[in-house]
Design a protein around this ligand. Structure first.
Ligand code: GAL
Length: 356
């Protein structure tokens, strides 16, 4: 597998609360924080008496989302690592909201009543986080939101609200770039019928998700900017889901027999769904591109089914969530050594992954 265009994190000079090079050079956050905890010379100052244990309440918008599940497992690993390195016991209480904001609000209430020191919330409805924020503010419990970005107005309500995610535009630009590169090297690989135009279909994530619209717009814009002649046959919303994408693709293959040359997908799971439909229909040669770099997504690149993906650095992603949470919960005066835009936003690095 070939890895290109490694992007090693953002360095927003002067905008962060605390800046340490380790964050920008790909070192795992938690190690750095843990090392600081062990070193008396560390510059972080503790507000309170040293904590021996911390409790973190985590709520996921759904438990069956592949990317979120990848992040969840790494958070669990990072928590163990943090425990080993710092000697502070970490209790993770992880709940799935099953797509219901109401359920998630109740979970938040329960976390607070259980005495959680900090919450990590993957909101069901990113436009509707005000109740969570109200409860957290009243209880004085900081919140690290991730993956589904609350609106700015909500994020600005308190300085103990954080967000960890990925720059949707930049990942989409890289997705488009994968296709531009392929077209320049080997136009016949994406213009299968040689008519001088690449005919594509688009699979989009949830319409309410900040990533969907931006990824859709910028992958296509990058193809145009890169001089790839394109024609959109059709597109549809498959809500990040493999099965929904597979059903749509099945219809499109019937409707446009032999005409689809490229499938642009807002995430890997939908790309895998498109590939499932292609396999069922015996359609060959169509290029499919995704975003996420999930475990099955990367395996599909490796075995040549997925042309490429933009792989999010999941270790950094989960590491950042845990480091901010642990930093807040253990009472540091300064936040962990990680660059936070406007003091609250962390954008994870990513890289293109294509088969050699
Ligand atoms: C996106 C990711 C999708 C899905 C979604 C859930 O950023 O690419 O695969 O996990 O978040 O909110």
């Amino acid at each position: 597998m070939k890895v290109k265009g490694r992007r090693t994190g953002h360095c927003y000079a002067g905008t962060g609360r605390t800046v340490k090079r380790a964050w920008c050079t790909g070192r795992i956050v938690v190690l750095c924080v843990a090392a600081c905890l062990l070193m008396s010379s560390c510059q972080g100052v503790r507000k309170e008496e040293e904590k021996k244990s911390i409790r973190i309440g985590i709520s996921l918008y759904r438990g069956d989302d592949t990317f979120i599940n990848n992040i969840r497992s790494i958070i669990e690993e990072k928590a163990k690592e943090y425990e080993r390195e710092s000697g502070i016991k970490v209790t993770l209480d992880i709940q799935e909201a099953k797509g219901s904001q109401n359920t998630q609000n109740n979970q938040v209430e329960r976390f607070i009543s259980l005495g959680c020191d900090v919450l990590c919330i993957n909101p069901v409805d990113r436009m509707d986080t005000s109740l969570i924020i109200d409860k957290a503010m009243t209880a004085g419990v900081p919140v690290v939101f991730f993956n589904r970005q609350p609106v700015e107005e909500d994020m600005n309500r308190w300085d103990k609200l954080f967000y960890v995610g990925v720059d949707a535009k930049e990942t989409a630009v890289l997705q488009g770039k994968m296709v531009v590169d392929l077209y320049r090297k080997q136009p016949e690989a994406v213009d299968l019928n040689g008519d001088g135009v690449v005919s594509y279909v688009m699979l989009e994530g949830e319409s309410s998700h900040q990533d969907s619209l931006i990824r859709t717009e910028w992958s296509v814009q990058t193809l145009k900017d890169g001089g790839v002649p394109i024609e959109k046959l059709t597109g549809g919303i498959a809500n990040w889901e493999r099965s929904q994408a597979s059903a749509l693709m099945e219809q499109w293959l019937e409707k446009y027999p032999g005409r689809i040359e490229l499938v642009i997908c807002n995430n890997d799971d939908m790309a895998l769904g498109a590939i499932d439909a292609m396999e069922r229909a015996g359609a060959e040669g169509i290029s499919v591109v995704g975003i996420d770099g999930t475990t099955p997504g990367l395996a599909a690149v490796e075995n040549g089914k997925l042309m490429g993906t933009v792989s999010i650095d999941k270790a950094q992603y989960a590491g950042a969530i845990l480091a901010i949470a642990a930093g807040e919960a253990s009472g540091w005066e300064s936040e962990p050594e990680l660059e936070l835009e406007e003091g609250k936003y962390y954008q994870c690095p990513w890289q293109i992954v294509v088969k050699n």
